[in-house]
Write a protein that binds this ligand. Sequence first.
Ligand code: 5GP
Length: 117
Amino acid sequence: AAMPSDSPTIFDKIINKEIPSNIVYEDDKVLAFRDIEPQAPVHIVIIPKVKDGLTGISKKHSEILGRLLYTSKLVAKQEGLEDGFRLVINDGPKGGQSVNHLHIHLLGGRQMNWPPG
Ligand code: 5GP
């Protein structure tokens, strides 16, 4: 069942450093950390440091969304992914989303294929 968008998730605990994570980038608005179950040699999750989880994306989120995308590019460079990388957003149950807090997956370090399945 869908949770209300303001329900805390595991990512809130990561933001609040209540559980450990391997953080690769952090600023006042954005946090990036290594995925606990990596699907590629480089697999980083990039999230907004917001309380409502941003599940319902709307126009008022456009600034943070741009910042998340830009940060993804910065982190890709930091990880040495000059030959390319993939960004993925899983949205909703049919999108394969498991954590109800907006996040971008940064995947790299191997050849990516299309379609992803
Ligand atoms: P989703 O399936 O919602 O698109 O992505 C959630 C991602 O978060 C998954 O790839 C999952 O492995 C990762 N994840 C879930 N819990 C944790 C955690 O406690 N620590 C870290 N580092 N990653 C997590």
